[in-house]
Each structure stands twice: as structure tokens, then as C-alpha cells.
Design a protein around this ligand. Sequence first.
Ligand SMILES: Nc1ncnc2c1ncn2[C@@H]1O[C@H](COP(=O)(O)OP(=O)(O)O)[C@@H](O)[C@H]1O
Ligand SMILES: [Mg+2]
Length: 142
Amino acid sequence: MRIIPLQTIEDTQALAEDIAGSLKGGEVLALSGDLGSGKTTFTQFLARELGVKGTVNSPTFVIMKQYHTTKHPLTTLVHVDAYRLSHEDELMELGIDQHINASHSVVIIEWADKIKDYLQKLDTVLWLEFEYNDGVRKVILK
Ligand SMILES: Nc1ncnc2c1ncn2[C@@H]1O[C@H](COP(=O)(O)OP(=O)(O)O)[C@@H](O)[C@H]1O
Ligand SMILES: [Mg+2]
């Protein structure tokens, strides 16, 4: 477990760069934390670092969105917003399984605690628990 203070946007950017540099493909990044805690900001920096072009927003209504990446050996970033999911079956129907542990893909999931039971069955899940309390931001890596 590691606790990382995220006092400024630059701290979030540095963390995203750090984690992006460690990705080999097949990883799942599970982001939890309340609204406004910094999940999407982190995802946007990570996407940029992986070479995703264009805007990355939370796929709140479509739930899952794929982006082309250019950071070898990665080819694909899959961004999931689990906020509106009422059951993990919906995610199966969207085809998340084909991306999980795929060798050239990284899956990043906002509101991952909503599908905790599903994620606990997987290998290589890095949990990032974002917190924003009394003006203080941090993330706990597990
Ligand atoms: N490390 C940080 N320092 C300062 N502001 C931040 C930081 N991370 C995120 N923010 C700001 O907090 C707000 C909410 O962030 P966002 O990433 O949308 O949260 P979430 O996706 O968890 O709801 C945004 O305005 C964003 O710019
Ligand atoms: Mg968000």
C-alpha cells in the first residue's frame, strides 16, 4: 500500500506518467473515490501519456469506450465508467471480458468499487482509491 498526496494537478500528472511508464499491457486500473476526487483527471493524464489523441471524458452513458494508444507495446486503452451499472452482467454484455488481460490493452475503470466482486476475481488489478477531504487530495495505491 502506498499513500500519495495529490495537492496539485501536477501531482496527478506525475503519478499518471509514473504508472503509464510501468504498463506492459494486460493491466486493470481500478479507480474508486467520490465525485470530484480526481478519477477522470488521472485518466485523462494517463490517456495523454499513452498517446491517445483527442478528448477523454467519462463514458457515463455508454459505460465503456476504447481509445487507440501509441505507446509500444500498448495499442488500446479501454475506459469504463461503472457509475450507472446496476449489475456486472451489463459490463459482460458490453464485452469487457475481451479486453481484460488482453496483452496490448490496459483497462481503466472509474467507480470500480461498484464491480468489486468481479474485479476481485481478476489478476493484475491495481486499485487507486482517490480521496478528497477538507481540501486535501490523496490516492491510496493497493
Ligand atoms: N490533484 C489535483 N489538484 C487539484 N485539483 C484537482 C486535482 N485532481 C483533480 N482536480 C480537480 O477536481 C475536479 C474534479 O476532478 P475529476 O477528475 O473530474 O473527479 P472525478 O472524476 O473523481 O469526479 C476537477 O475540476 C479537477 O480539475
Ligand atoms: Mg469522473
